[in-house]
Design a protein around this ligand. Structure first.
Ligand code: SF4
Length: 346
């Protein structure tokens, strides 16, 4: 059970879609249609829970995160966010109505090198959101910044230094401090450690895990690598071609991955222990959102593809054989998971 199952969700995403216009080449660049990057996505996120959104480049995971934070406006669907005892649909709010909600939703950026202003000191970078939203000033501002720097493992003397004086891992800690100083109820970490060395990744992930527990954070953790999210996420949604293809607890997705794409993501992770390896290679490039294959979008790359896969798109359904009482915890969009689907070969 995820940490906040007994409570109402903090976030309920329903039938979220995002289309982007495609322009013709040439001088006039006329509108030439749209591509659908996120297609009919639904999930809940409970207070204190961390959900991983995992997939290759182009799977739509970052677009989902940006639609939730309203850095992008969804084309369709609802993003219900619980704040101050009421539910608001972020997808439909005007910029003006969104402004007072912004402190409650924070983004940890992917690139610790370019996301910090090189002309500001650490103290100014971390304290700036409090000034912008008029939440603290003077001695209170100084105290909150000093307290936050301590929490992310920086020393008081670091306050007056500029970003170039820090390593990549330290810069990402500064980015985390800037996001958390607002005491947000929702944090989105977009590939937050992918630009860092593997050894530094582990340190930053451990810090994030500690901060999650201390601040009771509710997080969405966007990553392309399944192993990265293993120790920080309660549940994982695996995305392919703009849709969720498997959703379940982290334990279920690591112990018993059902979708061939999830197994392929596992196979891509090097493991020294042969018993833990999943030899499930996929071929070819990720699907192009501008020209998705018919039926299951994964079928041209799937080693288990069979006849219905090319014609019918599989729906997200409870995993076959789930233990009683757990139905719905583990969802899979694959015809292999559909007992009613005839398994004739191609
Ligand atoms: Fe593979 Fe068919 Fe399942 Fe798609 S529906 S993942 S092609 S087996």
């Amino acid at each position: 059970m995820s940490p906040g199952d007994a409570q109402e969700p903090l976030l309920s995403v329903r039938h979220l879609s995002k289309h982007f216009p495609v322009r013709s080449r040439g001088f006039l660049q006329k509108a030439a249609g749209t591509i659908c990057v996120v297609n009919d996505l639904s999930f809940d996120l409970h207070p204190g829970e961390t959900l991983g959104l995992v997939g290759e480049s182009g799977s739509g995971k970052t677009t989902v995160a940006r639609c939730i934070l309203r850095a992008l406006t969804p084309t369709a669907g609802e993003v219900w966010f619980r704040t101050n005892g009421r539910r608001v649909d972020l997808a439909r709010l005007s910029d003006r109505a969104l402004k007072p909600l912004r402190p409650a939703m924070q983004l940890i950026f992917q690139d610790p090198y370019s996301s910090l202003n090189p002309r500001m000191t650490v103290s100014q970078i971390v304290g700036e959101p409090l000034i912008i939203h008029q939440l603290a000033k003077g001695a209170e501002l100084d105290d909150r910044v000093a307290d936050m720097l301590l929490k992310i493992g920086l020393k008081p003397e670091h306050r007056t230094r500029y970003p170039h004086a820090f390593s990549g891992g330290q810069r990402q800690r500064i980015g985390i401090a800037r996001a958390l100083i607002m005491r947000p109820s929702l944090v989105v970490a977009d590939e937050a450690v992918s630009a860092l060395d593997v050894s530094v990744q582990a340190q930053v992930l451990n810090l994030l895990k500690d901060l999650q527990e201390e601040f009771k954070l509710t997080c969405i953790f966007v990553a392309h690598n399944l192993d990265v999210i293993r120790h920080v996420c309660d549940r994982v949604a695996v995305m392919y071609a703009g849709r969720i293809v498997e959703l379940g607890t982290t334990a279920a997705l690591f112990k018993d991955p059902r979708h061939p794409y999830t197994r392929a993501l596992h196979s891509a992770v090097p493991r020294p222990d042969p018993d833990q390896r999943m030899n499930f290679e996929i071929i070819g490039e990720a699907a192009d959102p501008g020209s998705l294959p018919s039926g299951c979008a994964f079928h041209p790359r799937c080693p288990q593809c069979f006849a219905p896969c090319q014609q019918h798109r599989p729906e997200l359904k409870p995993a076959i054989g789930e233990a009683a009482g757990q139905t719905g915890d583990h969802l899979v969009a694959c015809h292999l998971n559909d007992e009613a689907c005839p398994k004739e070969t191609q």
